[in-house]
Design a protein around this ligand. Structure first.
Ligand code: M6R
Length: 604
């Protein structure tokens, strides 16, 4: 989604703003722009497409100054072109914005005497503020008055050509942080944007707004009362991430998983097979239901967890897509534990679900990778993934960390609810302890999977099938393939295929079957034969036993390492990631920043 960077100081800012924008590229965008405030007023440069286009524009028409705001835009209102790119100007005001101003059409109608130059919702902010200035208000009062007229979600940064060297900032729904410097102040959508500028951050709270100058800043709450907010010191590793020798961040993140699953595990399982402090804060015995809400890949992790909690802990679980959750009037019992699952901790729908459940009196927890995120701050309890920054838009290591954490919590629930003997619990803890090694072994299939990806890359459409906990892994496999290779793919419960979708199977339709040799193996193989009989090209992802038994029935078979059924979903997901990655590379797509996608979806 849109990214914001701002700097106000005494030195020139353009090069550093561009550096900040580069750090926000991973969020996904389709145009970019920068504005500076200097002795001759507000100046801007904007470009459609990638930041290199903005750099080209700046080298033809350089601008610089001691204060500036910059933006990567992920189009919502109006196509990605230069006119719609931020910053938007009106009179003395320039603004960049992340979010959606829901009442922009009403405001536009009210300001119909003004000339609008874009189709965006954002431009109304600049006009509203400029109107207030023309009416004689000070910049500060005009800003406060402007915010009161906006409805919707926003993080915004704004400058006024009023002879002051200041940046105005506000947050309602979309994240924004102030970075503290020495003789300079910064603004950024996240810690990554500010990684080279400041390690001392202040995360604005809902409804906060602020004025930044080279000498300092002041935060105001939604009632315009001056307030103090806590300073978060960003530790090394939270902010920066480099690609190293890998061709893509996604590949690097896939290969980090033997380390990241262990980093996750450390939070939940302590030495000598005891549960860790974080896990112990949850009491699954006192609740009668678990409500898991998430989006995209995180939701598939929650779907896998449903199998775990139900099977091992006998705890009823509802899994909901966050965008549907609050609008379908869910019947919630206050005696439920709610867990929001999110890599970023900022996904607008998941955050809304968290707030909804908090208001309904549920105990809330957020399982997040970004511990400074809004969800982590707003939930009763924040649980870390510790996977390190995930830059590739396609989630990989965060997914396996979500699974690892949720598996640990399911075991905890099983023990707390007396559903698993000490011996069985210890056995499953040992399985989790062996996860890192098995993930490493799974990665050894890389070369083999790369060859299969060549065959898959010619397809227009593909199916992914699984049974039991492999159903969400099939969904995840299909999502990974769609988002980075742009090949149409659908995940199905293998038993569901003959209720309709099998009509789509024809000669050479690729069907990826995820079937480790477990109690459902034979049933899945029967479904596999049904599609093979209709000409489908089967890619079987199994283990050595499954490979021996059914490999010969498939066009290709991949023997992932044998694993206890408890952790097999995590192992099989590695195969899905590698298949999607190599298919996308074969097709030459933009693997780390696939078209139309944003890393963190901060609008509804
Ligand atoms: O940051 P979150 O985990 O809340 O993000 C949820 C989804 O937007 C995310 O998983 C998305 O589906 C990924 N692009 C999948 O690879």
């Amino acid at each position: 989604m849109c990214g914001i960077v701002g700097i106000v100081g005494t030195e020139t800012v353009t090069a550093r703003l561009i550096d900040g924008l580069k750090r926000l590229e991973y969020r996904g965008y389709d145009s970019a722009g920068v504005a500076v405030l200097n002795g001759s007023g507000l100046k801007r440069a904007r470009a459609k497409g990638k930041i290199v286009a903005l750099i080209d524009e700046l080298s033809d028409n350089p601008i610089d100054g001691p204060a500036g705001i910059a933006h990567t835009r992920w189009a919502t209102h109006g196509e990605p072109n230069i006119a719609n790119a931020h910053p938007h100007f009106a009179g003395k005001v320039g603004v960049v914005h992340n979010g959606i101003i829901e009442n922009y059409q009403d405001i536009r109608a009210e300001l119909s005497h003004r000339t609008f130059t874009s189709e965006t919702d954002t431009e109304v902010i600049a006009h509203l503020m400029d109107e207030a200035l023309e009416a004689g208000q000070s910049s500060k009062d005009a800003f406060a008055a402007t915010l009161k007229k906006l409805r919707g979600a926003y993080a915004l940064a704004l400058m006024v050509d009023d002879g002051q060297n200041e940046i105005y900032a506000a947050r309602a729904g979309s994240p924004l942080a102030i970075g503290i410097g020495d003789g300079e102040m910064y603004l950024g959508s996240d810690a990554l944007a500010l990684a080279q500028l400041s390690r001392e951050l202040i995360y604005l709270e809902e409804g906060d707004w602020a004025v930044l100058s080279p000498k300092g800043f002041q935060v105001y709450d939604q009632n315009d009362k001056a307030v103090k907010r806590d300073v978060t010191v960003i530790t090394a590793g939270m902010g920066a991430s480099e690609k190293g020798d890998y061709d893509h961040y996604m590949l690097k993140e896939i290969y980090e998983q033997p380390i990241t699953v262990n980093a996750t595990l450390k939070n939940y399982l302590a030495e000598r097979d005891q549960f860790g402090d974080i896990a112990q804060k949850l009491d699954f015995n006192s609740v009668d239901r678990l409500v898991l809400t998430a989006c995209g890949t995180a939701c598939y992790a929650a779907e896998v967890a449903k199998y775990w909690f139900e099977q091992y802990a006998g705890l009823a679980v509802d899994v909901d897509i966050a965008s549907e959750f609050r609008y379908r009037h869910p019947v919630l019992s206050p005696n439920s534990q709610f867990i929001a699952v999110s890599q970023s901790g900022e996904t607008a729908d998941t955050l809304a679900a968290l707030r909804y459940c908090k208001d309904a009196g549920l105990k809330t927890a957020a399982l997040v990778n970004v511990m400074t995120s809004t969800m982590a701050r707003e939930a009763d309890m924040a649980m870390p993934l510790n996977a390190g920054p995930e830059i590739g838009v396609a989630s990989t290591k965060a997914f396996t960390s979500q699974l690892t954490a949720l598996a640990s919590l399911a075991l905890l629930a099983a023990v707390q609810r007396g559903k698993l003997s000490g011996e069985d619990a210890e056995k499953q803890m040992q399985n989790l302890g062996a996860l890192s090694l098995l993930v490493s072994t799974a990665l050894e299939q890389d070369t083999h999977i790369k060859k299969l990806a060549k065959d898959l890359s010619v397809a227009k459409s593909a199916f992914f099938l699984g049974r039991g906990a492999m159903v969400p892994i099939a969904f995840e496999g299909a999502l990974k393939l769609k988002e980075i290779s742009y090949i149409h793919a659908e995940g199905y419960a293998a038993g569901e295929l003959k209720h309709g979708p099998i009509a789509l199977i024809e000669k050479d339709t690729p069907v990826i079957v995820v079937a480790p040799h477990d109690r459902l193996f034979e049933k899945t193989v029967s479904n596999m034969q049904e599609v093979a009989a209709r000409g489908a090209r089967i890619f079987l992802f199994t283990d050595s036993e499954g490979h021996k038994e059914a490999g010969h029935m498939a066009f290709a078979s991949v023997a992932m390492p044998a694993a206890d059924p408890f952790i097999a979903p995590i192992i099989q997901s590695i195969g899905m990631q590698l298949l999607a990655y190599h298919t996308a590379v074969t097709l030459g797509t933009d693997v780390d920043q696939p078209r139309n996608l944003a890393k963190s979806v901060t609008v509804e």
